[in-house]
Design a protein around this ligand. Structure first.
Ligand code: ZN
Length: 486
């Protein structure tokens, strides 16, 4: 190609392969605990150690989770599915093959909708077992190590691999797609959804092509992204690298590349010439799966509210902004609390403000989750109602919050007990203002001489003296009148 194209004349093409670790009690084909952080090789047995003569038995809970996930990803659930052996040699794989699914995955042909209206098609979501883990003696991985140790606690734990078609066309879309999957697995309660801790992993197939070209360019597979932001940055950096290659007359080579978060670049991991031929064949030790459509339907009926449904409900039914709704969707606990409060209190904006403002701030300070506090949706609704009825000011409500969080109780009872009710009685307010005017004759003279700005000073003094317990609207009115003079 002799013509030099500018950056905007290239199109980014990305497909994502996402591994989701299912949080079942036991492993995929044996009764060992599926638990992270135990002593090395504690959760192993003859099946996941691949001793001779053992047989795998499918974990029904894992199949149930996979079907739930497939349904939430708008997939068709196969009525017939099977497992296959994927052969490769690596020290963390005791059988020297992985039980996976090749041509008959449990879930196929799904999709996710991005916020910009784009549909990302999902080719398949299949079940497979995870490998073990190598622990290298050197701090910087295999290269600097004298020896490596094998921990097989993870060997045989259940995964679902979700494979998208190359419908994603920017790093931002890749990040949103990943975030949506994270939200879905958390709402379904089938996975922790922590990219940072590895309970979700992602490989990105990245290529570029001139805008308008239908044929796909040569792709690279980018690995090792440990955060949602890293997914976006890795795609952007890899696209940039490929454009520079093509612009300088070189070619993109098909290979696996490793994302380095510190340098913000990708480096060659292995070229495709070294790629494996996995020699898939049907797993003879497991019978093909026959999934009863009635069973699948029963799972569909029991699906909880999904993130997309909550987003629609929050924006359409409750009239929240896309931004506010997005936060309440992402932080499920806040969203649950919002919906429970909104069922008994109609001031939706106030609920949102409390949850995203003072309540979130208090949780951060105490390093608590909402369910570790004593705050209930009833208490929040009551608090908002007290402010709306001008029984207490917003300032007083904020003062009550820490106690509601740490000790619980009813805001109404607390207000009565502490005598915090807002003063809305004209005579009482006048009686509060007079001593302030008496104590500040100079400011009073200046105000009457035209220094309007001093109004705020007087408001502040009254609020301070009354500890915020004065109805602010009435205070404004009465103060103005009294300042103007008799
Ligand atoms: Zn086992």
């Amino acid at each position: 190609m002799t013509a030099v194209l500018s950056q905007t004349q290239y199109e980014t093409v990305v497909g994502l392969e996402v591994h989701v670790q299912l949080k079942t009690a036991s492993k995929l084909f044996c009764a060992c605990a599926n638990h992270f952080g135990d002593k090395p090789n504690q959760n192993t047995c003859p099946v996941c150690l691949a001793l001779p003569g053992v047989l795998p038995v499918l974990n029904e809970q894992a199949l149930n989770f996979a079907v739930r996930l497939g349904l939430a990803l708008n997939c068709q659930i196969a009525s017939r599915s099977k497992f296959d052996r994927k052969q490769y040699f690596y020290p963390d794989l005791p059988k020297a093959y992985q039980i996976s699914q090749f041509d008959q995955p449990v879930c196929e042909n799904g999709y996710l909708m991005l916020s910009n209206g784009k549909k990302v098609r999902i080719l398949r979501a299949h079940m497979e077992e995870d490998a073990g883990k190598l622990v290298h003696s050197g701090a910087d991985g295999l290269a600097g190590s004298d020896y490596s140790l094998v921990d097989l606690n993870r060997a045989g734990t259940p995964l679902v691999e979700i494979v998208s078609l190359p419908d994603i066309s920017s790093g931002e879309e890749a990040q949103e797609y990943m975030t949506q999957i994270r939200n879905i697995v958390r709402y379904l309660d089938v996975c922790d959804g922590n990219l940072e801790e590895g309970s979700m992993r992602c490989d990105a197939n990245v290529s570029i092509r001139p805008v308008g070209q239908i044929e796909l360019g040569v792709k690279t597979e980018v690995k090792n992204m440990n955060s949602f932001k890293a997914v976006r940055r890795a795609v952007e950096s890899e696209v940039e690298r490929q454009i520079q290659l093509v612009e300088s007359g070189q070619r993109v080579v098909q290979e696996s590349r490793l994302w380095n978060d510190a340098t913000g670049t990708t480096i060659t991991m292995r070229s495709k010439e070294e790629a494996h031929d996995y020699r898939y064949f049907p797993e003879p030790d497991l019978r093909p799966l026959t999934l009863d459509p009635a069973w699948v339907e029963s799972i569909r009926k029991e699906l909880p509210q999904l993130p997309a449904q909550r987003l629609e409900k929050l924006t359409k039914t409750f009239g929240l902004s896309e931004y506010d709704a997005g936060i309440l969707v992402e932080f499920k606990e806040l969203g649950d609390f919002f919906e429970a409060t909104a069922a008994i209190c109609q001031n939706y904006k106030a609920i949102t403000n409390w949850l995203m403002g003072d309540i979130t701030a208090a949780l951060k300070t105490e390093k608590w989750t909402l369910d570790q506090t004593k705050l209930t949706p009833q208490a929040l609704a009551e608090l908002i109602n007290l402010v709306d009825a001008t029984t207490i000011s917003n300032a007083i409500a904020k003062k009550l919050l820490p106690e509601l969080i740490s000790a619980g109780g009813s805001p109404e009872a607390l207000v009565k007990e502490k005598g915090m009710a807002q003063v809305s009685d004209e005579a009482a307010i006048r009686a509060m203002i007079q001593p302030i005017l008496d104590a500040n004759p100079q400011q009073l003279t200046d105000y009457r001489a035209g220094k309007d700005k001093l109004f705020g000073f007087f408001v502040g003094q009254v609020m301070k003296a009354s500890q915020g317990a004065v109805n602010p609207e009435m205070l404004n009115q009465i103060l103005k009148a009294m300042l103007a003079g008799p």
